[in-house]
Design a protein around this ligand. Structure first.
Ligand code: G6P
Length: 610
């Protein structure tokens, strides 16, 4: 949420910053700005809307300079207006700050500064920061000490990039919001994530909370809040440049949907031994005893990752017979839960930066619980604060609507479930091998599901005048129904609800009419005859029905419906296949409505505020 970029080196900073912001745009895109400095001057360009409009404006301003910072915004404090776009400056227009996060005590700080005569030009929480730095500098300390003093005043989450007209360096400060340094040859970057750095530098350094980095073109140093030098590990960038291009697809979401046979293979690579059928998770080896003896398994996540956690809770409880549940991280944290110290808490996140989840993990650890991570972004905050974990390895996901992360999360959690069930003896060796063989065949079956693309496109086009859609399912189909509804509403803005099919009769059925299609998931693992009853109820009220079910299912043939078949597989793996037609349906529903697929309004990919 909000993207920060910084550059210092020997090239024109402006172009580099804009290119970086375009790659970070999925983190927020309501306004953007950059600030560029040379030896004598510093200048800023800001613009409302996408980075493209900033680029056009910057081309007219032609500011020159080899260092600068930039920001793409997801508004928290203050509307998306130019005056609220970052970077924000002090009144002397010498110190500029780009901020990702939320300052909880900005009102108190603003009051103090206003009493001292500082005037404010924006509605943001961020603007207190350049004023505070200015205030401390005016008291006679150098820029680094002024930043340290300022940081000591701040409460909340922040990743900051700071530039001072009079200093040949940049500063990066991290507390709660992610920041990574890109280490080049005679040039350095600051970025919210690795993506803009791919193809630019080979090495990165992830900052830890409390770090303040002083960055020059050919060196950097990291300090703690007491001005003591701290060392941080240098990592090699692992992603390839093609992972962050659309590779001929119209949108990242489309690419990511069609990439799933491969992303699933990438997630399982090296994790199923050919010799002895073992499922191996390197990151769990030293902790397997804890997992094996867990008295409860608790999946905590947000958004789509939460739906993967719900699917897992159904599957784990079913086949391992260990009490399992899934909960939204935000709800979990604020209900002050009792932590099961002999249980396992599984934190699921694509980005590894979701603030609600980070806060929940901190709470669990403080209360003596054990947290396992299931995270896609290597080096992200969640991957570093969990006790141990599994990397999803689905490759970068850029489209705001999560697709391939969900299928890979569901796959890996199914693998973990059968590994645990085999060890606990709740699954026989034959059952285990049967499911394991089905897992190996999943990429081929995903490819088969993707071949229904044209039918789904046609359906989405037929539904282009529908403003409401219901997604229904029972058992493990229910979280998939929730995911289908989330996909549709978040990108196409069509009102959609996911519901347990049996709950229909407790109120929702009142909504059924010819203008409200019901997309019903009815796969083998669930009680098909009961779903049949629910479908009959919709049909009797003139509702349109779309069925997603296994290819050998024909109990619904007497009811008029549009059928989307998925290949037969083991029921615990069905959600990996049944989610894909729903992703395609959401995708085509946006395209047919002519809306922005990858950057839907009001959303951001990485939600770093609570
Ligand atoms: C945002 C994204 C969703 C994502 C959710 C959780 O809302 O738009 O696609 O599912 O955050 O993100 P995480 O990175 O923790 O999986």
């Amino acid at each position: 949420m909000c993207g920060i970029i910084g550059y210092i080196g020997n090239k024109e900073a402006g172009d580099i910053l804009i290119e970086g912001l375009q790659k970070l745009e999925y983190r927020g895109y309501d306004s953007a700005g950059i600030c560029v400095a040379d030896e004598k001057s510093i200048s800023r360009t800001r613009s409302v809307g996408k980075v493209e409009s900033l680029k056009e404006k910057f081309a007219l301003n032609k500011h020159k300079g080899t260092r600068g910072i930039g920001h793409t915004r997801w508004a928290t404090h203050g509307a998306p207006l130019e005056k609220n776009a970052h970077p924000h400056s002090d009144l002397e227009e010498k110190i500029y700050v780009a901020h990702n996060g939320v300052l909880e005590n900005y009102k108190e700080l603003k009051d103090i500064l206003q009493k001292k005569g500082y005037t404010f030009t924006s509605d943001t929480d961020t603007e207190v920061i350049p004023h505070l730095i200015n205030m401390y500098k005016a008291e006679g300390v150098n820029i680094k000490e002024a930043i340290i003093k300022t940081v000591k005043c701040l409460t909340g989450a922040y990743g900051l990039a700071v530039i001072d007209k009079d200093e040949e360096c940049l500063y990066a400060v991290k507390n709660g919001s992610p920041l990574v340094l890109g280490i080049g040859d005679g040039e350095m970057y600051i970025s919210s994530d690795e993506i803009p750095l791919i193809g630019k530098v080979e090495n990165t350094v992830f900052l830890s909370d409390g770090d303040i980095a002083e960055i020059r073109a050919s060196e950097y140093q990291i300090f703690d809040i007491n001005n003591f030098i701290v060392e941080r590990e240098v990592n090699e960038i692992q992603n390839e440049a093609e992972n962050i291009s659309k590779e001929g697809f119209a949108y990242f979401m489309e690419k990511e949907i069609f990439n799933q046979p491969q992303s699933i293979k990438d997630s399982m690579r090296g994790r199923i031994s050919k010799d002895n059928n073992e499922i191996i998770f390197g990151g769990l080896m030293d902790h397997w005893g804890k997992v094996q003896n867990a008295t409860s398994i608790n999946f905590i996540a947000c958004g789509t990752s939460y739906h993967a956690g719900m699917v897992a809770a159904y599957n784990f409880e079913n086949i391992t017979r260990v009490s399992s549940r899934a909960e939204y991280a935000s709800e979990f944290l604020y209900r002050h839960p009792v932590i099961d110290k002999s249980g396992i808490y599984v934190a699921i996140s694509q980005s590894g930066e979701t603030k609600d989840l980070l806060s929940a993990i901190e709470y669990i650890k403080k209360e003596g619980g054990t947290v396992m991570g299931l995270v896609n972004v290597v080096g992200s905050s969640i991957s570093r604060i969990t006790d141990f974990g599994i990397h999803i390895h689905a490759g970068p996901e850029i489209g705001v609507a999560s697709t391939k992360a969900f299928t890979s999360q569901t796959l890996l959690l199914s693998m973990l479930a059968i590994k645990l069930a085999k060890d606990k003896g709740t699954l026989t060796k034959e059952e285990y091998i049967g499911i394991k063989n089905e897992i190996l065949d999943i990429p081929r079956k995903i490819q088969k599901v993707l071949s229904c693309n044209d039918d789904i496109k046609k359906l989405a086009e037929e539904h282009s005048d529908k403003n409401n859609t219901l997604f229904l399912g029972r058992g493990v189909d229910y979280p998939v129904a929730l995911e289908g509804a989330l996909k549709l509403k978040e990108i196409s803005y069509v009102h959609a609800e996911g519901y347990p099919a049996a709950e229909l009769k407790h109120g929702v059925i009142a909504l059924i009419d010819k203008d409200m299609p019901s997309i019903v998931l009815a796969t083998k693992g669930t009680n098909i005859n009961k779903v049949l009853g629910n479908v009959e109820e919709i049909n009797a009220r003139g509702g349109e029905i779309v069925m997603i079910s296994d290819e050998d299912q024909d109990v619904f043939s007497h009811i008029p419906h549009t059928r989307i078949s998925i290949p037969n597989t083991h029921p615990i793996l069905t959600p990996i296949l049944s989610a894909i037609p729903l992703q395609l349906y959401a995708y085509h529903s946006v395209v047919v409505r002519g809306r922005n697929v990858d950057q839907p309004r009001n959303l951001a990919k990485s939600v770093t505020v609570e």
